[in-house]
Design a protein around this ligand. Structure first.
Ligand SMILES: [Zn+2]
Length: 69
């Protein structure tokens, strides 16, 4: 679990909202998805709070642009 703030649920792509893409870097998640917490958002009276997922690198706090060593 990381302290990195989650985006608002209203800013998620459909894939991110469905848990098929990393909530931070947007890469498709095929395996090793890590629960990233709950993205919160509201449109009018509709609550969009949703559990979102991250790839292992983002979940560990790595910058996805930085090659892993
Ligand atoms: Zn990621």
């Amino acid at each position: 679990m990381t302290a990195r703030p989650l985006p608002s649920a209203t800013d998620l792509t459909r894939a991110q909202y469905d848990g098929r893409a990393c909530v931070w870097c947007g890469k498709p998640l095929w395996r090793n998805a890590v629960s990233a917490g709950i993205a919160r958002g509201k449109i009018g009276a509709v609550v969009l709070d949703i559990v979102v997922y991250a790839c292992p690198l983002c979940a560990e706090g790595h910058d996805p642009q930085t090659p892993r060593r």
